[in-house]
Ligand binder design. Structure first.
Ligand code: SF4
Length: 281
């Protein structure tokens, strides 16, 4: 069936299994698409579009389509973030109420596959130790080619550089993750950068912070700090300052490592603190 799942491992799937690589708009899934392009010619590339992505993500996916010479299929849940939010009474998703990943990423994925057998290629690297938020339906098998092939952060960078694709554009202005522009997993420093780079998207995120219709409480994206507070110039300066100090401390601890090992190490630390593998891979 594939070098990662053999027909003897999974006889009921046999030769009928579909091969699906789900892209997030991030560097790891893009590098995996590059890595697998010639090894699995019948791969289906898909992207679960929340319609709340950064413009950078759409641009990067277009670049990737050029490299793959294939269209990336856009899947949606058939409804919008705003209509689901209304159904939820205006209660914004959060780390503890993570309905967005399930409704806007996982369900569209499972709907797209239906009851077909599917080998799902997941871009978790060899230097990460998590399995992630993946489907557990019996007709879907996740495989982890980067782990099998020992590809770490430096390996991903190399794949992207050698293919000419490069890193996702949002990394140029200091954002570390793909996904919705208002993602609650963002660090405060990323909110500052969103405000600087895409003030209109910051305004849109801010507009969601209003009393919900269930209990009248206001939910905020960035923990319990309203975006109206976070955007005050003195608060933004303080966040920048704190971030610079934290980075310096972390870099000091990563002494005697290459730049790629350091960046990979920092990313794993950040992801373990806050992150969603399905959206930010
Ligand atoms: S990127 Fe963030 S806000 Fe968007 S679906 Fe994923 S977890 Fe939810």
């Amino acid at each position: 069936m594939t070098e990662f799942v053999s027909t003897s491992d999974w006889p009921e799937a046999g030769l009928r299994a579909r091969h699906i690589l789900s892209l997030s708009g991030g560097k790891d899934s893009a590098a995996l698409a590059v890595h697998m392009r010639d090894r699995v010619p019948n791969m289906e590339y898909i992207f679960h579009d929340t319609a709340k992505e950064l413009p950078d993500t759409y641009e990067y996916l277009e670049r990737l389509e050029g490299y793959l010479g294939r269209k990336i299929t856009r899947t949606t849940f058939g409804t919008t973030f705003d209509s689901i939010l209304r159904m939820k009474g205006g209660m914004l998703p959060s780390n503890h109420r993570r309905w967005c990943t399930e409704m806007m990423k996982l369900k569209p994925f499972e709907n797209y596959i239906g009851d077909d057998f599917c080998v799902n290629y997941v871009g978790i690297r060899a230097d990460e130790d998590r399995v992630g938020y993946i489907s557990h339906k019996p007709n879907i098998r996740a495989v982890f080619p980067f782990r099998e092939d020992g590809i770490d952060y430096a390996g991903v960078q190399r794949i992207l550089e050698e293919s000419g694709l490069g890193m996702p554009p949002y990394t140029e202005w200091g954002r570390t993750r793909s996904g919705c522009f208002f993602c609650f997993y963002q660090q405060k420093i990323e909110w500052v950068r969103l405000k600087q780079r895409y003030p209109d998207l910051y305004e849109q995120a801010k507009a969601y912070e209003k009393p919900n219709s269930v209990n009248g409480n206001i939910f905020y994206w960035a923990d319990d700090e309203p975006l109206t507070e976070l955007e005050r110039p003195e608060r933004m300066a303080q966040i920048e300052d704190n971030w610079a100090k934290t980075q310096a401390r972390m870099l000091k601890r990563q002494k005697n490592k290459t730049l790629a090992e350091t960046l990979g190490g920092l990313e794993v630390i950040q992801q373990n603190q806050q992150g969603c593998l399905l959206c930010h891979r």
